[in-house]
Design a protein around this ligand. Structure first.
Ligand SMILES: *Cc1c(COP(=O)(O)O)cnc(C)c1O
Length: 356
C-alpha cells in the first residue's frame, strides 16, 4: 500500500505532476530544451522574488550547498548551525579544504542577528551560511532581522539553505540581500527528488571569479557562464524529466498564488502546533517556529516507531526525530500541496491510535 508521506521530504507528489516525469525525451541541446529551462528560471524568479539568475543542478540540494561554499569563499566562511543541516555545510567546507568556522546553538534554538553581527564584525569572513528552515529541529530562523545585520557587511556573500521552506514560506531574496538561496525539488515545491535550484547574485558571481579552485560539476560560476552563452542549456545532461515536471508544477504554484500558498502553509502549521501543544509539547523555541514542519517533543514517551508502524498500516507516514533526537521527538511535515483537511485526517488517525 502506498503511504501518504508526512515526512519532511520527499513529500507526496500529485499524480498529474508525477505524470509529467514520464514526458518523452527531447535533446538537451535543442531549442525546446533552452525554452523549457528559460521558462523554469523565469517562474522561479517570481517564487524567490528576485531579478538575479537562477541555476539548476541535477543533484539534490546538498550539491548546490557544497557548490556554493566552495565556489564563493575566497577568505573564510562563517557557518551558522541550528541543527543537522547547518552542520552539514561546515562538513562540506572542511572536506573541500575551504577555511570555515562553525557557530552552533543548542538544538531547538535559533540563530540571532546579534550572533551574526558579533561574528562578522571580526572582519575574518567573506561568506556566511544560514539555514532558513532547519528540518531536524523545526526552527525557522529570523532571516529578515538577520538580513539587517548582514547588510552592514557588503563584502560578505550570504548563502541561505531554504531546502525545506522555499515554495512553502515567503523568502524575498533581493529585498533581504541573499546572494545564493538554495532549495531542492522534493520538499515544499512538491516534486520528486533529483534537482537542486539556487539564485545567484552579481556579488556571488564576482566573488566566484576570485576563487581559483571551484571544483568542476558544482562550479556555480561555470554553470552561470554556460547558461548565458548557450541560452539556458547546461554543461552536462540535466534531468529533463524533472524539468518537465517542474515547469508544470511552477504553473500550478503560480496559479494558486504565492501568497495563498504561503497562507495555506501557515494555516496547516498553526493547526499542527495547537495539536502538539494540547497533546505533547513543541520542541523548538516558540518564537521561531517553522511553517513547513513541526517537531513535537515526545513528552508522553510514546513509542514513535510503533506509532509510525500503525500509521503505515493505515497508509500514512510521519518522521521520527532526526539522528540523536529519535524517539525524543517526532516530526510532521505540512508542506507542498497538502491542505488542512489532509492534516486533520492524519492527526485524526494519530488521535485514534494513541487514544488521545
Ligand atoms: C533536506 C534538506 C537538505 C538536504 O537536501 P537534499 O536535497 O536531500 O540534498 C538540506 N537542508 C535542509 C534544511 C533540508 O531539509
Amino acid at each position: 500500500m502506498h503511504k501518504k508521506l508526512f515526512i519532511p521530504g520527499p513529500v507526496e507528489v500529485k499524480p498529474d505532476v508525477l505524470e509529467k516525469m514520464a514526458t518523452p525525451m527531447i535533446g538537451h541541446r535543442s531549442k525546446d530544451a533552452s525554452a523549457l529551462q528559460r521558462r523554469i528560471s523565469d517562474k522561479l524568479r517570481k517564487l524567490f522574488y528576485t531579478e538575479e539568475e537562477i541555476l539548476l543542478s541535477t543533484s539534490s540540494g546538498s550539491g548546490l550547498m557544497e557548490g556554493a561554499i566552495r565556489s564563493c569563499t575566497a577568505k573564510r566562511a562563517a557557518v551558522f548551525s541550528v541543527g543537522a543541516f547547518g552542520k552539514r555545510w561546515y562538513d562540506m567546507a572542511v572536506s573541500n579544504n575551504v577555511p570555515a568556522d562553525l557557530f552552533e546553538v543548542e538544538w531547538g534554538q535559533a540563530t540571532t542577528p546579534e550572533m551574526v553581527d558579533e561574528v562578522l564584525s571580526t572582519g575574518k569572513y567573506d561568506l556566511v551560511t544560514i539555514t532558513h528552515n532547519e528540518t531536524s529541529t523545526g526552527i525557522m530562523n529570523p532571516v529578515e532581522e538577520i538580513s539587517k545585520v548582514i547588510k552592514k557587511y557588503p563584502d560578505v556573500v550570504w548563502c541561505v539553505d531554504a531546502v525545506s521552506s522555499a515554495g512553502g514560506s515567503k523568502i524575498e531574496v533581493d529585498k533581504l540581500g541573499i546572494d545564493i538561496c538554495i532549495t531542492s525539488t522534493q520538499k515544499a515545491l512538491g516534486l520528486p527528488p533529483g534537482l537542486a535550484i539556487c539564485t545567484f547574485s552579481k556579488k556571488a558571481i564576482e566573488r566566484a571569479k576570485q576563487v581559483p579552485h571551484r571544483g568542476y560539476y558544482l562550479d556555480l560560476l561555470s554553470l552561470y557562464n554556460y547558461i548565458q552563452k548557450k541560452d539556458y542549456q547546461y554543461p552536462s545532461t540535466p534531468s529533463l524529466s524533472h524539468m518537465f515536471a517542474l515547469d508544470y508544477q511552477l504553473d500550478k504554484i503560480l496559479e494558486e498564488g504565492l501568497e495563498n500558498r504561503f497562507a495555506r502553509h501557515i494555516e496547516m502549521a498553526e493547526y499542527v502546533r495547537a495539536w502538539a501543544k494540547k497533546n505533547f509539547a513543541l520542541f523548538a523555541d516558540e518564537r521561531y517556529l517553522s511553517n513547513t514542519l513541526t517537531t513535537v517533543a515526545n513528552t508522553r514517551e510514546i513509542d514513535v516507531a510503533a506509532l509510525n508502524k500503525e500509521l503505515g498500516q493505515r497508509g500514512f507516514q510521519i518522521s521520527n526525530g532526526y539522528g540523536k533526537m529519535k524517539e525524543k521527538t517526532f516530526r510532521i511535515a505540512h508542506m507542498a500541496d497538502y491542505t488542512l483537511d489532509d492534516i486533520k485526517e492524519l492527526l485524526g488517525h494519530i488521535d485514534d491510535i494513541l487514544k488521545l
